[in-house]
Each structure stands twice: as structure tokens, then as C-alpha cells.
Design a protein around this ligand. Structure first.
Ligand code: FES
Length: 177
């Protein structure tokens, strides 16, 4: 069943470029994602309604970044400890009051967290190398911190990392609108 998902530096080696529709090079960890591009995706990008990602080689604790719909997307295979940490956070303590969601409502499979890798404050790309105090991601621009559920916990961002729809079939993840 498709699952609604919201939206997190990223270096070039982290990217799996998806098909020929893939796109502009990303900047460094603190580069702001061009919001104008998000709002005006090209016709050929919009035509790519979904992508498939082979998850077979991703080990627990590993994260990759793919690019789709002109956005970087973090795919993290969470460890049991990361899952428990995410599940233990009470919804009423989440900073995101607009779209508060328990961890179980942010993932289709507890092991896999798929979030748009764009900080909800001003559009920087959270660092995959700096997990912050809460084990998820730290945005180097102004210090927003996200949990292992992609929920914002600290800093100026007020919404959790956004998500796309996801479905799983064997070791293949499909991300769609
Ligand atoms: Fe991420 Fe400001 S853009 S904290």
C-alpha cells in the first residue's frame, strides 16, 4: 500500500543518479536547494512519475541519496536502535504541530525511512555526516536537528522532513507522487 511521505551534506558520491532525467549537480553540505526549481519542475521531470530503487545492497545503518522530482531523497536503512529511538518519541512532544506524526505513520516498513533531503527551514540539505544530538540529521545552515524519524526536534525549522509515497516489492522501493 502506498504510504504518504514528507521530506535532509550530501556529497556527490552519495548520489545514485536516476535515469537520464537526472539533473543538476548538487552543491556542498550547506548549499541551499533552489526553491524556485522545486516550484517549477520541467515537463520531462514531471513526466517521471515514479522511480525504483534497488535496496539489496544497503546494510543496516547505511544511507543513500537519490534524486527525484528535482529533489534529493534520503533512503536510510535504520538499525533496531534507531527504530526504537524514533518510536519512543511521544507525538505530543513533536515540534511539528502542523503535520505531527508518530514514527509508525511516517514509514511503511520500520527498517526503511525515506524523506526528502531538504531542511524545512530555508531549504538547505541536512548533513548525512552530522547526525546531531538526536541521531537523524543536522542542518548546517542554522542548526535544525532531526530525529531518526526525520522529525524536527531542535532549531528554527518547524516542520519535519517531508515524504513521498513509497511502496516495497521484495528489495525494490518505488517512490511516487
Ligand atoms: Fe536548515 Fe535553516 S535551512 S536550519
Amino acid at each position: 500500500m502506498a504510504h504518504s511521505t514528507d521530506d535532509a551534506g550530501v556529497t556527490r558520491r552519495d548520489f545514485i543518479y536516476v535515469a537520464s532525467a537526472t539533473l543538476a549537480a548538487l552543491g556542498g553540505a550547506a548549499a541551499a536547494w533552489p526553491l524556485i526549481d522545486q516550484m517549477n519542475p520541467s515537463a520531462d521531470t514531471l513526466a517521471l512519475k515514479e522511480i525504483e530503487v534497488d535496496l539489496a545492497s544497503i546494510v543496516p545503518g547505511q544511507q543513500i541519496t537519490v534524486e527525484w522530482q528535482k529533489k534529493p531523497v534520503f533512503i536510510r536503512r535504520r538499525t533496531p536502535e534507531e527504530i526504537k529511538e524514533a518510536e519512543d518519541v511521544p507525538v505530543d512532544q513533536l515540534k511539528d504541530t502542523q503535520f505531527p506524526a508518530a514514527d509508525k505513520d511516517r514509514v511503511q516498513k520500520p527498517e526503511w525511512l525515506i524523506v526528502v533531503a531538504i531542511c524545512t527551514h530555508l531549504g538547505c540539505i541536512p548533513s548525512k555526516d552530522m547526525k546531531g544530538e538526536f541521531g537523524g540529521w543536522l542542518c548546517p545552515c542554522h542548526g535544525s536537528q532531526y530525529s531518526t524519524s526525520g522529525s524536527v526536534v531542535r532549531g528554527p525549522a518547524s516542520q519535519s522532513l517531508r515524504r513521498f509515497n513509497t511502496t516495497f516489492a521484495a528489495n525494490v522501493l518505488t517512490i511516487s507522487l
